[in-house]
Design a binder for this molecule. Sequence first.
Ligand code: PMP
Length: 425
Amino acid sequence: MTELRSLSPDALASLTRELEARFAAFEARGLKLDMTRGKPSSEQLDLANGMLALPGAGDLIASDGSDTRNYGGLDGLPEMKAIFAEMLEVPSEQVIVGGNSSLTMMHDAVVRALVHGVPDGSGPWAKQPKVKFLCPSPGYDRHFAICEHHGIEMITVDLRDDGPDMDQVEKLVAEDAAIKGMWSVPKYSNPTGTTYSPEVVRRLAAMKTAAPDFRLFWDNAYAVHDLYAEGDKLANIVPACQSAGHPNRPFVFASTSKISFAGAGVAAMASSPANVADAKKHLGIQTIGPDKVNQLRHVRFYKDYKGLLSHMQRHAELMRPKFEAVTTTFERELGGKGIASWTSPRGGYFVSLDTLDGCAKEVVRLANKAGVKLTGAGATYPYGRDPRDRNIRVAPSMPPLDQIRVAMDVVAVCVQLASVRKLAG
Ligand code: PMP
């Protein structure tokens, strides 16, 4: 395959005409395809429908004797805590089970720190002249939205194949005491599918920070979302921080949003005993207790962590062909042309596509014109600004396979069209 930048002006012009014809043919089809958000498909949601009949009116008592219909149980049912404890590899006393959304728990952890401060800190973060967070990017737009909403300044650091660029991270946190936090999606990251290497996890746990109350917001949203039997292994941040002398550094989050039902799942947070005690103190003001009926429903359906893992294999069977359709199309249409690179994740919910610099917005615009909605270019960077305008997040979970194939054909043509126009200057 010839790199497009080595084509003669005539060859480039004729390729442009060919791509314009392909684009026009797609446009004429009046497609309406949506590849924007990482939602589970209805087939995936169907896998958990058995849960809807549970726990049933007959047995609503949890293992600790509590009636799940009533108030109480601030940090969750023991059997639900046990499942998250295994998933997150922490003692169950260090787990707080929340409501339906881990994003809510992350948001609230940030706000609590802003308003009240954190254990071993020096008071409310919001009383400092400036609060900054490191944002490995491309990353999750809703993390960045929490910072933007609450006036936390975001500093972009590069996300590489093995996690954030640790030389950058270590230098920044050592020099600037205003850097209080860092976002991380450490396994099958949104959107690149990267899993942090053991060495990156070790360095994050051990690094010296100018802020004594620095926190890692460790969003392990895709902890069990493997596409293949052999999943990526993520080193455990909680004991790593503990043995490095920074036990209170990690706030770990997860949920069953993409295991059971997105929007009607169960979320959890895990951390050091001191952080957990502090969070519970505040939570007790916020609520009398979470939805324990939903927790019981989940526990009765999955039985235990092993049951949950075998459920995830059924998700993988639905997801794998969709991810492979994306990467196969990119390989066929874009491979060897020197105009794009993309990830081939082994889990999670996204494929990340990098175009030539300055082409991402144009690709999204063209795809939209041809009836394929993509996540807005820039969304994967703080403030919605991709400095190189090259990253596009592709979310293959929701549409049916045949639609994904068509949508990716369209995207691949748009990438080529934007590239040849760029190269022609
Ligand atoms: N974290 C990440 C990295 C995600 O991709 C998502 C869903 N797109 C969430 C959190 C949302 O989780 P929840 O439904 O538990 O709020």
